[in-house]
Design a protein around this ligand. Structure first.
Ligand SMILES: NC(=O)c1ccc[n+]([C@@H]2O[C@H](COP(=O)([O-])OP(=O)(O)OC[C@H]3O[C@@H](n4cnc5c(N)ncnc54)[C@H](OP(=O)(O)O)[C@@H]3O)[C@@H](O)[C@H]2O)c1
Length: 195
């Protein structure tokens, strides 16, 4: 069974972006050492245009072969004219409003993303990268097997929560923690609550 991993950047106080979702300001924490780690451990989480710019185009996938994101997260790339942001992965975008995919490499999931994820999990292959954002993570909370939280040393006070969902206690077990000289901490958790 393939795993669904929610891999995201967050502030110390657990927000994945500004109140409007903007998360660009996290990038200033991604220094050379951090990028080296990303490229070696999670190369597939780097978007195609970033990989190209860094000369990392040919990196093989290590953990994921599929990505799923919400329409509003996909739009961040779309606004830059990028229709296939993770060309090295099978790409799914959840949306009820995008009736036609802007790119043949991107499949739209117009309803039941949790059900679709359960189907994808039953397929052979590497893991499934849940890229975000908050709302889709909230919708898929029950399906998340693993969390990889890149916590950057910043407090926001308010912002976009990691999960756009109601209160519910879901236990996770800490598997590993890695800290970086720039203050970034990457924590990996696996789900402990029985479904
Ligand atoms: N810090 C990080 O690592 C990180 C990672 C990713 C994204 N982000 C940020 O997150 C922000 C976006 O998050 P968000 O919570 O606003 O939006 P989102 O989760 O990316 O997308 C929400 C959209 O997904 C679609 N969707 C959700 N549930 C669905 C369902 N059951 N069936 C069909 N479609 C469904 C809907 O699209 P329609 O409205 O088209 O129906 C909904 O508006 C972005 O601004 C981005 O910067 C941060």
């Amino acid at each position: 069974m393939r795993k669904l991993t929610y891999f995201m950047a967050a502030s110390i106080d657990g927000f994945i972006g500004a109140p409007d979702g903007d998360a660009q300001f996290f990038l200033r924490h991604a220094d050379e050492e951090f990028f080296r780690w990303l490229a070696s451990d999670y190369p597939e989480t780097l978007a195609s245009h970033g990989r190209r710019a860094l000369g990392l185009d040919g990196l093989p996938n290590r953990r994921f072969d599929t990505v799923i994101q919400g329409r509003r997260s996909y739009e961040v790339a779309l606004k830059e004219g990028i229709t296939s942001p993770y060309a090295h992965l099978r790409q799914y975008v959840a949306s009820r409003t995008l009736t036609e995919s802007p790119d043949p490499a991107v499949e739209i999931i117009s309803s039941g993303p949790a059900e679709r994820v359960r189907e994808l999990k039953r397929e052979e292959g590497l893991g499934i990268y849940l890229c975000g954002g908050s709302r889709l993570a909230g919708e898929l909370r029950e399906e998340i097997d693993e969390l990889v939280i890149k916590t950057y040393p910043v407090v926001l006070g308010s912002g976009m929560p990691m999960f756009g969902a109601g209160f519910q206690i879901t236990d996770f077990t800490l598997k590993s923690v890695r800290s970086f000289p720039n203050g970034a901490v990457v924590s990996t958790y696996s789900r402990t609550t029985a479904r």
